[in-house]
Design a protein around this ligand. Structure first.
Ligand SMILES: Cc1cc2nc3c(=O)[nH]c(=O)nc-3n(C[C@H](O)[C@H](O)[C@H](O)COP(=O)(O)OP(=O)(O)OC[C@H]3O[C@@H](n4cnc5c(N)ncnc54)[C@H](O)[C@@H]3O)c2cc1C
Length: 517
């Protein structure tokens, strides 16, 4: 017999986990279906070789690019989803990102809601995910109704020097918003030991504010919350008219089970949510569920990113490096008429990570050379907005394999951002010939596999002809189906996406509580 719940949520990451946390206190029965297990806490969590070279926590999935070439996508199937590996840089989109923004390769479309509509939920998400930061420092940020719950993480000496040099040169560096369980005033009571391992690693001591530690674990004891692990959702069935989801088809421990919900929420990640909808085609929805507009799977975006290792003459013995951001080039400026994007720091590079990310480039380099190089490295992450293009899309073949067709956009803006970083580093005494570009994602195959920031595929909007979801993230064509992962983004902006997914999940959660009242 099919078990019935008030709400069935598929996926426990930034979107699904945060939604479950929001709904849990309502007393409504909530079933969480997660295809993975809890990520094991083991020493390998912090071992660069296990994480970067062996890919211990990456799913064994095979996806295919537009030419049919197979690749292993960097997706992570655990309770908490991609947030188990994320860098916890928890940025708000800028107000301009919610409007139409002209780029060199086209227009980034407006969202159906404004920054003001999202602001209260950003605040709630920042407080839930214990973000450390300092609103008011970054000239590009929107208004905020409440300061961050924790003061910004202080810079270590090398980064403070960079911060001071940049400010003295007329730039506007700011403390990057970061979700870690670190109370700097009361270090003795804090869990975070401020190691280098936030970015790309799971946190062994559970001090990273991820969807497992913050959203899922605290609700597991509630009698109205049920979590099923190793429960891979295959498809959704509807009634004969196609107007409602009747049950969720799940592969659980080798057998096929079905579960029903008054409300069903898909939150399996942008690519996998599109896959599930496309696999659920039936007579009423011949092109896939909720896909009368032919928009499901389209407009896939994942940022135009570069990782830069800048080699400084000075030693960089920083441990936790991700404390500084620069948005001076986020919007068009006097010298350049296009928005180029965000500059932030990433986790400190080390020899194993360099080998893992660039095996060909580093193949002949002895490990001690790389280790010495890493001691001087100051590491940056550059993010340029990627535009929604209908042909950048997820499709599924007859065997259920994901195909991902993708071409980057705004390459010129990304190059300009890199140019500005080099200029800026020259200003602060890190000479240009000391800058090594390690554009990890320039090669197309690597680019497509690095799908950490995947969004789009089920965008929300007012018009059912051009969008999949309405403003509440309910499918236009079904009365009880919602999507709350990053699929709903109509555009991606140029900052990390997780906080926006979390804020939106709280927003949709409050709507659902109202709906079920
Ligand atoms: C290495 C790395 C670093 C990152 N750093 C940052 C950062 O610093 N800041 C930031 O904002 N973002 C960062 N991100 C991106 C961020 O983690 C994602 O944007 C965010 O987690 C997406 O949320 P989501 O709910 O869409 O998907 P996810 O968090 O991936 O959740 C999807 C969930 O669905 C489950 N699932 C998938 N398929 C099925 C199925 N068929 N049945 C049941 N369950 C299923 C998955 O196991 C997973 O739990 C990073 C990501 C990575 C990988």
């Amino acid at each position: 017999m099919t078990e019935r719940f008030d709400v069935v949520i598929i996926g426990t990451g930034a979107g699904g986990g945060t939604l479950a946390h929001t709904l849990a206190q309502s007393g409504k029965s909530v079933l969480l279906l997660e295809r993975g297990d809890f990520l094991p806490r083991e020493m390998e969590n912090w071992d660069p070789k296990s994480v970067f070279v062996d890919g211990r926590y990456i799913s064994p999935d095979t996806w295919y690019d537009a030419d049919g070439k197979p690749f292993q996508p960097q997706v992570h199937y655990f309770v908490g989803g991609a947030t188990k590996m994320y860098g916890a840089a928890l940025y708000r989109l800028r107000p301009a990102d919610f409007g139409e923004l002209k780029h060199i390769d086209g227009v980034s479309p407006a969202w159906p809601l404004s920054y003001d509509d999202f602001e209260p939920y950003y605040t709630k998400a920042e407080w839930l995910y214990q973000v450390h930061g300092n609103h008011g420092e970054d000239p590009t940020e929107g208004h905020w109704s409440r300061q961050y719950p924790w003061p910004a993480l202080s810079h270590e000496p090398r980064i403070q020097q960079l911060f001071d040099d940049l400010a003295a040169s007329g730039y506007h560096p700011f403390h990057a918003p970061c979700g870690v369980a670190l109370d700097e005033a009361e270090r003795a009571r804090s869990t975070c030991i401020r190691c280098t391992w936030c970015d790309g690693y799971p946190c062994l001591v559970h001090a990273k504010a991820d969807a497992e530690t913050i959203a899922i674990r605290p609700i597991l004891d509630l009698p109205n919350v049920t979590l099923l692990l190793d429960a891979e959702v295959r498809s959704l069935n509807t009634d004969a008219s196609g107007g409602s989801v009747t049950d969720v088809v799940v592969s659980l421990n080798g057998s096929t089970e079905t579960y029903a919900g008054d409300v069903v929420v898909l939150s399996a990640g942008a690519a996998n949510s599109a896959k599930i909808l496309l696999q659920s085609a039936n007579d009423a929805h011949p092109n896939g569920l909720a896909n009368g507009s032919d928009q499901v799977g389209r407009n896939y975006m994942f940022h135009n990113c570069k990782a830069i290792v800048a080699l400084s003459k000075d030693l960089n013995d920083t441990v936790f490096q991700k404390t500084l951001g620069i948005n001076d080039f986020y919007l068009a400026w006097d010298d350049y008429e296009w928005p180029a994007g965000n500059i932030q720091m990433i986790g400190k590079s080390n020899a194993e990570a360099m080998k893992g990310e660039e095996p060909k480039l580093t193949m002949l380099a002895p490990k001690w050379t790389l280790a010495d190089t890493a001691k001087h490295a100051v590491d940056f992450w550059l993010t340029t907005e990627d535009l929604p293009k209908p042909d950048n899309r997820v499709t599924v073949d007859g065997d259920g394999n994901v195909h991902l067709a993708y071409r980057s956009t705004n390459d010129d803006e990304a190059d300009r951002l890199y140019h500005e970083l080099k200029k800026l580093l020259n200003h602060v005494g890190m000479a240009e010939h000391h800058v090594l570009s390690k554009n990890f994602y320039m090669d197309m195959n690597i680019a497509i596999a690095g799908c950490a920031h995947q969004v789009g595929t089920c965008r929300f909007g007012a018009d059912p002809a051009t969008s999949v979801l309405d403003e509440n993230c309910k499918a236009h064509e079904l009365d009880n189906l919602y999507v709350v992962d990053t699929s709903f983004f109509p555009s991606i902006g140029a900052v990390n996406p997780a906080l926006t997914a979390m804020a939106n999940a709280i927003r949709v959660g409050e709507h659902l509580i109202e709906r079920m009242r």
